[in-house]
Design a protein. Structure first.
Length: 137
């Protein structure tokens, strides 16, 4: 087995589990953010969260696989580390960019929902009490 094949194998052994870990982390911790963005509708937020994870897997694992090819043979062990660092660095940047893009979109959705349905001011609790305590004439 040559160094190029070893590089491919190690790249896939790191990039695919990294993508899975990021997707699970975003799915678990993004729920609260999505619920707020979806006007506290948990069913819609959970559905969107699941669809985002599926899309995340498709796009990122597809990118990892398309980005697998090296432009040249890997001559030595140092070349393995250089190729892996370049490839994994790009994969991590793409994962991060997708994450920030999603956060931006759902923050905008949440803000537009607030504009359409602004929060109601809290009811003044003291007005009823004051009316009951008034002496009747």
């Amino acid at each position: 087995m040559n160094n190029t094949v070893i590089t491919y194998i190690v790249y896939l052994l790191i990039a695919v589990p990294l993508t899975i870990w990021v997707a699970k982390t975003l799915h678990k911790n993004g729920r609260v953010f999505l619920i707020k963005s979806m006007k506290n509708d948990e069913n819609v937020a959970d559905s969107v969260n699941h669809l985002l994870v599926v899309g995340f897997y498709l796009v990122n694992i597809g990118f990892v696989l398309l980005y697998l090819k090296l432009n040249s043979l890997v001559p030595d062990i140092g070349g393995i580390f250089e190729a892996l660092s370049a490839k994994l660095g790009v994969v991590m940047l793409v994962l991060g960019a997708m994450h920030f893009f999603n956060i931006y979109i759902f923050a905008r959705i949440g803000k537009s929902n607030e504009k359409l349905d602004p929060p109601k001011p809290p009811a003044y609790a003291g007005w009823n009490k004051a009316a009951k305590d008034k002496p009747e004439l």
